[in-house]
Design a protein around this ligand. Structure first.
Ligand code: NAD
Length: 478
């Protein structure tokens, strides 16, 4: 068993759930139970919303500089505990330690970025053209925010929401994924030490996600729901949010195309593909899901990419040299295996990998497939694992149409030596984020988010702050 906090964090206190129930957290590399965590009920959810609502006026009244300094302190404390928290992420999520350290740096940076954005809540004054009255525009904290996060980035998906909420002057209740609740509970201790007052941040692990979130979204004091997870659950939450017209921010699923043109630097494209596919074992919403490679460079790209994938070291993420950990659980591994079986049944060739690895743990081999039939399930659904299906193309318009033929619109990648083409194709792609000659685009200073059924709103950048602010306009005469 791991030595860490496992109770609910409500109003600055550590509590057992009101029903006294607990659920298990499993290390995906070993299949062993590493902790049991208090399971919040709807009564606990109500207590957390009450605490957040009671703390709201005081937190909103603190000056932006004071709120910013609390966030800056959180950045410093989290940085000092990087190694401990990265190991905790590896234990509960499975990702290899280098990936967990990468996540920690990304996650921590949201506190620094939003400590700086806290003091940039700008309004405006203008003169009404027809009446000469003054138009004063300013932005106020929206109110209590409900934050719901997935298991694939146990730290970053939380800090990407908590930091802007606090910078804006909102208080919040965060429900982490039940696969990975420990990192957010550890963060609560850090936030307390950084000076976050009781009730401003409440952490509510629960296996009763639907009931708990429904109760919170029907409390009229809750004004924002910021969700990261699957499109399927996002749709449910949008419907739940409709009853009290709660402001939705939705970071949902993706189906990212990775396009390599014939004028691309193939070695750079392979290096980019390794990051775009294998960061987090492919368990990322931005993960390259479909490789579309020009026929002139197809064989060279495919051969080099398959060799790089075959050279990866898979294993327990805490072991030296391991860069690929297990899938988060057996269900995820079985889904990945079924995608490969389906593609192979439809004629795909396996260049490397193609099988699960014997237990313990939920490991799957890094896999490259070529000659993938367009009707294969892995091209339509999110793979969310270490499998790369490659297809050929011959024409720019054709590849744009194929890339856009999905209901998702989160991330896309384009590799080309011709920047004019790169920008032209980027503009034509119906995706919220483009990696142009880059295999990674996540950056706290950039607006992260999708179009179409990949989401609503943006996280990070100044846009992330605006998600937690409401605009008020005062028509004034003086
Ligand atoms: P999920 O949708 O199953 O769960 C996400 C969260 O919602 C978890 O906390 C879960 O407990 C909770 N939840 C589940 N059912 C719920 C319900 N009925 N009502 C309220 N809450 C509920 O997603 P996941 O499996 O944890 O994560 C993988 C998904 O997340 C993928 O689709 C991935 O693309 C997406 N994701 C998106 C982004 C992004 O920024 N766009 C980032 C990371 C992950």
């Amino acid at each position: 068993m791991i030595d860490c906090e496992t109770r609910l964090y409500i109003n600055g206190e550590w509590r057992e759930g009101s029903a006294g129930e607990r659920f298990e957290v499993v290390d995906p590399a070993t299949g062993e139970v590493i902790a049991t965590v208090a399971d919040a009920t709807v009564e606990d959810a109500q207590a957390a919303v009450d605490a957040a609502a009671d703390a709201a006026a005081d937190w909103a009244a603190r000056s932006p500089r004071v709120r910013g300094e609390v966030l800056r302190k959180a950045f410093e404390l989290m940085t000092a505990q990087e190694d401990r928290l990265a190991r905790l992420i590896t234990r509960e999520n499975g990702k290899a330690l280098p990936d967990a350290i990468g996540e920690m740096r990304y996650a921590t940076e949201f506190f620094r970025w939003f400590s700086e954005e806290a003091v940039r809540n700008l309004g405006s004054v203008s003169v009404a053209p027809s009446t000469g009255a003054r138009i004063l525009v300013h932005h106020k904290p929206a109110g209590v925010a409900v934050l719901i996060t997935p298991w694939n980035f146990p730290a970053a998906m939380g800090t990407r929401k908590i930091a802007p909420a606090l910078a804006a002057g909102c208080t919040c209740v965060l429900k982490p994924a039940s696969e990975t609740p420990l990192t957010m509970l550890a963060l609560a201790e850090i936030l307390e030490e950084a000076g976050v007052p009781p009730g401003v941040v409440n952490i509510l692990p629960s296996q009763k996600s639907a009931e708990v979130s429904s109760r919170m979204l029907h409390d009229p004091r809750v004004r924002v729901v910021s969700f990261t997870g699957s499109t399927q659950v996002g749709r449910i939450l949008l419907k739940e949010a409709a009853d009290c017209v709660v402001i939705p921010a939705m970071e949902l699923g993706g189906n990212a195309p990775f396009i390599v043109f014939d004028d691309a630097d193939v070695d750079a494209a392979v290096a980019g593909a390794m990051v775009a596919k294998m960061r987090n074992m492919g368990e990322a919403c931005t993960a390259a899901n479909r490789f579309l490679v020009h026929e002139a460079v197809h064989d060279e790209f495919t051969e080099k990419f398959a060799a790089a994938m075959a050279a990866l070291k898979v294993g327990n993420g805490l072991e030296d040299g391991v860069t690929v950990g297990p899938m988060v659980n057996e269900k995820s591994r079985a889904k990945v295996a079924s995608f490969v079986e389906d593609a192979v049944a439809k004629g795909a060739k396996v260049l490397t990998g193609g099988s699960a690895i014997d237990g313990p743990g939920y490991f799957y081999q890094p896999t490259v497939l070529t000659d993938v039939d367009p009707a294969s399930e892995c091209l339509c659904d999110e793979i969310f694992g270490p499998v790369a299906p490659i297809q050929r193309f011959s024409d720019e318009d054709e590849v744009i149409a194929r890339a856009n033929s999905t209901e998702y619109g989160l991330a896309a990648y384009v590799f080309t030596g011709d920047m004019k083409r790169g920008l032209r194709v980027s503009e034509a792609l119906e995706f919220g984020m483009i990696g142009l000659n880059r295999g990674i685009m996540s950056d706290p200073a950039a607006p992260f988010g999708g179009v179409k059924q990949s989401g609503l709103g943006r996280e990070g950048a100044h846009d992330g702050l605006m998600e937690f602010l409401e605009t008020q306009y005062i028509s004034a005469e003086w």
